[in-house]
Ligand binder design. Structure first.
Ligand code: GFB
Length: 439
């Protein structure tokens, strides 16, 4: 009898271990410090003792737009994932705000917005240990950053003509947005929070991949470290498996997907089932795919505003854009065009008139949606609608268009239906580079 009970306990124990290992695979895709302490497969790095959590904050060059910032996030998320092997590091997501392109004055506050307004944060967390600033502040409180490193390019970056990974503390190339106070601490931009200070601010000349920062973080005992101008650090590897994992984890917030789904159903006769784009709710279960059909409409991302003067040769006049779009619609036997654009309404109406033989639609949000999701959320809704279209045409060198192309690549659209661009007025142009998933 005693033997049977012992056997039963042994079985229960084994079942419990199996269950824990299944759970940890489901909830934590990256390698955690606890896993490494337990002898888990965290690679060759030395196994640290359990220490209090440490945090990396970061910020990006203020003029950069939303979609370049998304790219910088991926670099930092890859770093955070790799840092988990060295200690209990967390990446604190910089609140969104004061972005030049967000100009609507009637949608309430457009700064210090959490990532959860735009992205599915639990989904991000399946790739790397990240948290929104408001989560950090409610759980950890401290607003005194130990060390701020302002990344800058080396003055002689390419003088030697050879690629060299390097970094080092150097005099600052430019005046910093941080100033020393009489008590020796620093105040500064800090995402618009006036209660943040830093004990130390230094300039770090930097050339190369983001993971070089591991060297720096290994040496310091600081618990709160900030990397400013994080865009200076490059992707560890552009387009490899880890890159696409990070990209897949950037699922949009469910409330934005719902709005886009309703619009597709009601205005574009499009649904995931009919369009062949049903995806697993968990990105870690998503497999590479191909042959996706998409909804019965074409989408153009028609970037205007600052591109009209900044890239005037590459951006067509409305007449030229209409001509190019007409040819494509006829060739594809499609009669509906969805237009994602930052153009003022008069320009959209002009395009509608120029293409009056087609149904030309744009997303027009209710005031409630505008207030809830702001300029950033509305742009994402348009990106989601474009990424589900049968055929996509973007704007040359717009990161807004690039992110749509990546989304379509993940969803398995053909490269011919994804990597297209409008040419400048009266010029022929090459299609954009095809950044494919190739493993
Ligand atoms: O995202 P983003 O960096 O793309 O900046 P680019 C463009 C911003 O303009 C978006 C708005 O984040 C949106 O807020 N926007 C652009 C749009 N296109 C659309 C659209 O189709 N629909 C909606 N709703 N909003 C970069 C700029 O722009 O280009 C840099 O970020 C610089 O500041 C550079 O100007 C040249 O890569 O297109």
């Amino acid at each position: 009898m005693v033997k049977r009970i012992t056997e039963l306990y042994q079985h229960l124990f084994i079942l419990m271990l199996l269950w824990i290992s299944v759970l940890s695979e489901e909830t934590e895709e990256f390698c955690s410090v606890s896993a490494s302490n337990e002898g888990g497969s965290c690679g060759e790095e030395s196994k640290p003792a359990i220490l209090p959590p440490r945090f990396i904050f970061y910020d990006v060059n203020p003029p950069e737009g939303f979609n370049l910032r998304r790219d910088v996030y991926m670099r930092m998320a890859v770093l955070a994932r790799k840092l988990k092997k060295l200690g209990d590091w967390y990446l604190v997501l910089p609140p969104w705000g004061r972005i030049y392109h967000w100009q609507s004055a009637d949608v309430g506050k457009q700064h210090q917005l959490p990532w959860s307004l735009f992205f599915d944060v639990p989904s991000l967390r399946k790739f790397a240990p990240v948290m929104d600033m408001n989560e950090y502040l409610s759980e950890h409180k401290s607003t005194e950053i130990d060390e701020v490193y302002v990344l800058q390019h080396y003055k002689d970056d390419w003088e030697s003509g050879k690629w060299e990974e390097k970094y080092g503390i150097e005099p600052c190339n430019e005046k910093l947005p941080y100033s020393a106070t009489p008590d020796g601490s620093y105040t500064g931009r800090f995402w618009g929070y006036n209660n943040f200070t830093a004990k130390q601010v230094r300039c770090l000349s930097f050339h190369g991949h983001v993971s070089q920062l591991k060297g720096l973080l290994k040496k310091t005992k600081a618990r709160l470290v900030m990397v400013d101008h994080a865009e200076v650090a490059l992707h560890d590897s552009f387009g490899d498996k880890l890159y696409w994992k990070a990209r897949r984890s950037m699922r949009f917030a469910k409330h934005l997907v719902e709005v886009a789904t309703d619009f597709r159903r009601n205005r574009l006769n499009s649904s995931d089932e009919a369009d062949g784009v049903v995806r697993p709710t968990d990105w870690t279960k998503e497999k590479p795919r191909s042959g996706t059909l998409g909804g019965p409409y074409m989408c153009v991302h028609l970037r205007r505003k600052d591109f009209l003067w900044g890239r005037s040769k590459e951006v067509p006049s409305l007449e030229s854009a209409a001509e190019q779009l007409r040819d494509m619609l006829l060739e594809l036997y499609l009669d509906t065009l969805f237009v994602a654009t930052d153009a003022p309404v008069e320009e959209f109406i002009q395009l509608q008139l120029l293409l009056s033989e087609f149904t030309v639609v744009r997303y027009e949000p209710s005031q409630e949606v505008r207030l809830d999701y702001k300029d950033g959320g509305l742009a994402i809704i348009e990106q989601i609608i474009c990424s589900h279209s049968r055929h996509f045409v973007g704007t040359h060198e717009s990161t807004f268009s690039f992110r749509i192309q990546e989304e379509r690549e993940i969803m398995g659209f053909s490269p011919e239906s994804t990597f297209n661009r409008l040419c400048g007025t009266a010029v022929k142009c090459e299609p954009p580079s095809k950044w494919r998933i190739v493993f």
